[in-house]
Design a protein around this ligand. Structure first.
Ligand code: ATP
Ligand code: MG
Length: 748
């Protein structure tokens, strides 16, 4: 077992062992906040004698939660970490609602509406009501209102403009369709959990310690939740960094830090000042950028690592060329460092998910394995999403939206107009769409709109698929078969019933079949993994909570079945979670937002142009700067920032003003790393790895293809006719290789 105090400096140790009931650790990136938080959890268990099941730990991303679990199990012994209530705010809230939601009238088997579910509902309302509102904007506006606990009624009464009334109509309609489909959206999870804990404090009476990472990005509702979690015994630890606040656009309240200090007057504050993550050169450059914001409090931050190489800044002629440069640099870096680095040591961090298009394409062409995080989600790919929708309906037949999406997939001659008519009838008769569809399939529907016999048959086929699977699901739960077997089996049975592979073959171009089918197989693999984890008693967000003290336990869900847990997990996965078991070497392509709290030896940040970062639609420029700061401070040893001189959005770009600022003069190098023996040794030191031998380095340098530098003009100018390499390369621009329409299709 590792010691709790291993590798902790004096301040960190103070934080870990602090007897304070309210502790705040505010410190810059890489100073060991998460490490300290993790160690404090272990200390609570080991020293304070708190049972792991009475500790609630909140992290921002599912990935961070997993990492934390691993670290904690290293401290307190394999297995005990499973008893912790550990997850994101959303997953923890869901877990409380699954267990105790019935106290406040939340029906059993509620589903979670993910972003695309919500958007689809809003689109339908806008269309039906013939409103001129943009659905995506309406969605984020609704979410902002919900975060501030403003209901449709509250909103309506306080507004006078016509546009606002229209919006209130959408908001009200949206809430009604969530209820009709027995769904909670992300905001509801938090709000309803808040209601629950407020009305039934006994649900959290067991909690003795509450710890929250990345506190700077909590919103008001999350703040209230924290307060409710800790309402009995206020042993609270929060860690955060105001300079890394990047979720203001999603109603995160930087003010929560201040609020915390006001409400808990007796808090104890600890600062950490040493950075253990990045080279001094990277740290100082990032520091230059964050200090452009004059309104912030300046903070001390010392590097513990050696100077290292200056971050590279490169202008590149186009976005496609930029992607090629990055991939060439990754290969070059691996070769010249004599494989000191594996693919999983590289991350490409993007301001916006759409920027991954060129990068993914280049990685694919070069056969470099990668995983995309925070972009087009794996679960959003059509061949996967539709299968999930079938499972949703099996689990929860009143999920109207899921039914609408799949009722005619594969094609069953059920037109949109028919679906609309059925929906209308459901609304009028106060039935669920499923009830109406079943009636119609049995020929019991009132003949308001005549159904052709083909449509009638289509409805029959659809209901028979769902009913068969439901029967199977019930049988397997009753027989208490191995869950792993039953969930995998259920999905395979579904695919067979739908002739899914045949459908994919017909519905999409032949060359896409393999990838799409592989995705479906991946889904099955994930389902099996989840149910295997459940049968071993694992799962930070699935486990049933302990019974509430003195609470009436009758009628509460004993535990969820594998299908419910699987669907819950899918809805809350914030990442394209192609489960990697740590053995596969994958380059990470991620949005900066999703990279929060994480670190990689080598980091690339492309598209550093004005309009990309800061984003043209961003309201808060300081938040955009903090975003760049978060991206830069993910890097341990090497950092590359680049700017294409033209992009798919604009013919001519301007450099990001954060980079193109006098404060950064001299901090970036246009040349890129030298990869000489000294540099490689310092790189190895930063990463705590042993460097390759001098001979191996020399050999690698001798055989390196040094022509490459001609390929990438330093100033981003268009190539001159003399640089023939350049011409050859431009001829391979992926824009000319893959027409946009086709690319879109693949992405979908
Ligand atoms: P961020 O703000 O980006 O979330 P953080 O403050 O949470 O950063 P951690 O992720 O906890 O920082 O730590 C950064 C790195 O430094 C990790 O690799 C961690 O293991 C290492 N580290 C932290 N403290 C120490 C220490 N005292 N000695 C050695 N390494 C340390
Ligand atoms: Mg952290």
């Amino acid at each position: 077992m590792t010691s709790i105090f291993e590798n902790l400096n004096a301040n960190q140790r103070d934080a870990v062992t602090s007897p304070a009931s309210v502790l705040q650790v505010l410190a810059p990136p890489g100073s060991g906040k998460t490490k300290t938080l993790t160690s404090r959890v272990a200390y609570h268990i080991d020293h304070d004698g708190i049972d792991p099941s009475n500790i609630l730990v909140c992290t921002f991303t599912i990935k961070a939660a997993r990492e934390m679990k691993d670290r904690i199990s290293g401290f307190i012994g394999q297995g005990r970490e499973r008893q912790l209530i550990l997850g994101t705010f959303h997953s923890i809230a869901r877990r409380y609602l699954v267990t105790y939601g019935q106290y406040i009238g939340i029906p059993k088997h509620f589903g979670v509406a993910d972003t695309s579910d919500s958007l689809a509902m809003i689109k339908r309302i806008v269309k039906n009501e013939k409103l001129g509102i943009e659905p995506a904007k309406a969605r984020s506006r609704i979410s902002r209102l919900k975060a501030r606990c403003i209901s449709p009624d509250d909103y309506n009464t306080s507004s006078s403009r016509a546009e606002e009334h229209e919006f209130a109509l959408v908001y009200g309609g949206y809430e009604a369709s969530l209820r009709a489909s027995n769904l909670l959206d992300y905001d509801d999870l938090l709000l309803r959990c808040k209601d629950l804990l407020y009305q039934h404090p006994q649900c959290v009476s067991n909690l003795a310690a509450v710890l929250i990472d990345e506190f700077q990005d909590t919103n008001l509702v999350q703040f209230d939740l924290m307060r409710l979690f800790a309402q009995r015994r206020n042993k609270i630890t929060i860690v955060g960094d105001p300079d890394q606040s990047i979720y203001g656009f999603r109603s995160a309240e930087l003010g929560n830090l201040k609020k915390m200090q006001e409400e808990y007057g007796d808090y104890h504050l600890i600062n950490l000042e040493e950075n253990y993550r990045s080279s001094q050169a990277i740290l100082e450059t990032a520091q230059q950028i964050i200090e452009q914001d004059e309104s912030r409090h300046s903070k001390k931050l010392r590097a513990t690592h050696c100077r290292g190489e200056r971050p590279t800044f490169r202008k590149i002629p186009s976005a496609a060329a930029e992607a090629r440069w990055i991939i060439t640099e990754i290969k070059r870096c691996r070769n010249l460092t004599v494989k000191l680095l594996g693919y999983s040591d590289f991350a490409i961090l993007l301001r916006s998910a759409f920027l991954s298009r060129h990068i993914e394409s280049e990685l694919g062409k070069e056969g470099i394995p990668y995983r995309m995080v925070g972009g087009v989600k794996f679960f959003d790919r059509k061949e996967v999403k539709h299968v999930l929708d079938y499972l949703r309906v099996v689990h929860q037949p009143d999920h109207n939206d899921a039914i609408v999406r799949i009722i005619n997939i594969p094609l069953r001659k059920i037109s949109e107009a028919t679906v609309e008519a059925l929906l209308q009838e459901a609304k009028e008769d106060r039935l669920s769409l499923w009830d109406v569809v079943r009636k119609a399939a049995r020929g019991e529907r009132r003949p308001r709109t005549k159904l052709s016999s083909a449509t009638q048959k289509g409805l029959e086929t659809f209901t028979s698929v769902i009913l068969t699977l439901q029967a199977r699901q019930r049988a397997s739960t009753n027989k208490n078969q191995s869950e792993d077997y039953s969930l995998k089996d259920l999905i395979e049975c579904l695919l067979k019933k739908l002739a899914w592979k045949e459908y994919l073959r017909k519905a999409h171009p032949e060359e896409e079949l393999e990838t799409r089918w592989a995705n479906v197989q991946e889904l099955i693999a994930q389902a099996s993994e989840i149910s295997a984890a459940i049968s071993q008693g694992e799962g930070f967000m699935e486990e049933t909570l302990p019974p509430a003290e003195g609470a009436d336990q009758r009628g509460l869900l004993p535990s969820e079945d594998a299908l419910a847990i699987f669907l819950g997990n899918v809805a809350l996965s914030t990442e394209a979670e192609r489960q990697d078991d740590g053995t596969t070497e994958l380059v990470t392509v991620s949005t900066i937002h999703a990279a929060k709290g994480l670190e990689w030896p080598i980091v690339f940040i492309p598209a550093a142009y004005d309009g990309s970062i800061p984003h043209s639609r961003a309201e808060d420029t300081d938040e955009e700067r903090r975003l760049l700061y978060v991206g830069m401070t993910r890097a341990q040893a090497l950092l590359f920032i680049s700017c294409p001189m033209k992009s798919s959005q604009r013919d001519q770009t301007e450099l990001s003003p954060f980079i193109d600022d006098p404060s950064t003069a001299g901090y970036f190098s246009p040349q890129g790393p030298t990869y000489d023996s000294l540099a490689i040794r310092s790189l190895a030191k930063i990463l705590h790895r042993s460097p390759p031998s001098e001979e191996a380095i020399e050999e690698a340098r001798a055989s390196a293809d040094l022509v490459e530098d001609d390929l990438w003009p330093l100033d981003g100018e268009e190539p001159t006719p003399e640089t023939s390499n350049w011409d050859a390369f431009l001829g391979q621009d992926i824009d000319t290789l893959l027409p946009i329409t086709k690319r879109r299709k693949i992405e979908n």
